[in-house]
Ligand binder design. Structure first.
Ligand SMILES: Nc1ncnc2c1ncn2[C@@H]1O[C@H](COP(=O)(O)OP(=O)(O)O)[C@@H](O)[C@H]1O
Ligand SMILES: [Mg+2]
Length: 256
């Protein structure tokens, strides 16, 4: 990767779900260590963007390009994208009955360590790290030994996404409404984890409607997604404006 190339460079990305076109020309750059907030009305394609980056098979990329850490992201299988340092949290995290949470996370961590040429983390060190992270994100330790998200409440599922983020320490994390369903302590834990990881160089695309969270994160840029692409780019004022006046206003003034 040349020093001038951003960590993620998306150009004219087009994504279809079945017969339906959702994103038609989305372009954005995320520099290493930057934090972007992505806003947009319900159904504008925010989750589609994250899931297409992750390589979800239902989200078919039918045009454009995405380069990540100097590689053609779209040419990689989903697990290779993860190994390259991409993390995408689920807006609605699914459960995986029969797969223990701690084993799931440790396997993911070890796959990434292997990709970096590092030895697997031993069970004892993993448990110490996982317990520490669980405490920080406010997830009961007993949930580490249960199947992934099985019987978890909405907020616990989101905290479990945050736990995975904390342990995997990606180069770029796309957080899809991670605050929704969380109580106020959960939202505080999001801010703390994001800040801790940012200090270590992780870049973020944070999808959220929650102004208080957005303000606390001090984003480098705020983007508004509409009509299949980035319709507007600004600073915190853009998020404040949307929070005050809604997306309908934004469409009326910018579209004019
Ligand atoms: N599996 C699916 N099948 C058909 N349409 C879908 C599917 N998932 C999402 N969509 C549609 O794609 C559009 C974008 O959805 P989404 O990316 O979830 O929006 P956002 O996250 O911005 O609310 C919506 O109109 C939604 O109804
Ligand atoms: Mg969504």
């Amino acid at each position: 990767m040349t020093t001038s190339e951003p960590l993620l460079q998306v150009r004219d990305l087009r994504v279809d779900i079945g017969e339906r076109n959702v994103l038609n020309s989305l372009s954005l750059d995320v520099e290493a260590g930057a934090l972007l907030v992505l806003m947009g009305a319900n159904g504008s394609g925010k989750s589609t963007f994250g899931l297409a980056l992750a390589g979800h098979p239902r989200y078919r990329v039918s045009g454009g390009s995405a380069r990540f850490a100097g590689q053609d992201l779209l040419a990689l299988a989903p697990h290779e994208r993860s190994r390259a340092g991409l993390f995408v949290s689920f807006q609605a995290p699914p459960d995986i009955p029969g797969v223990k949470n701690n084993l799931f996370i440790r396997s993911a961590m070890n796959a990434q360590r292997q990709a970096r040429g590092e030895a697997p983390i031993d069970a004892f060190d993993f448990l110490a790290d996982a317990r520490g992270a669980a405490r920080r994100v406010g997830l009961a330790e007993t949930l580490l030994g249960r199947p992934v998200n099985d019987g978890f409440s909405g907020g616990e599922r989101k905290r479990n996404e945050l736990l995975q983020l904390a342990l995997l320490r990606p180069r770029l994390a796309v957080l899809d409404e991670i605050d929704s369903g969380m109580d106020i302590d959960g939202v505080r834990a999001v801010v703390d984890e994001v800040q801790a990881l940012r200090a270590q160089g992780t870049a973020f695309v944070v999808i959220s409607h929650y102004l208080q969270l957005i303000e606390a994160l001090q984003p480098d840029r705020v983007l508004r997604l509409a009509d299949g692409g980035i319709a507007e780019t600004g600073a915190l004022d853009l998020a404040r404006d949307i929070a005050r006046h809604g997306f309908a206003r934004a469409a009326a003034t910018v579209g004019a």
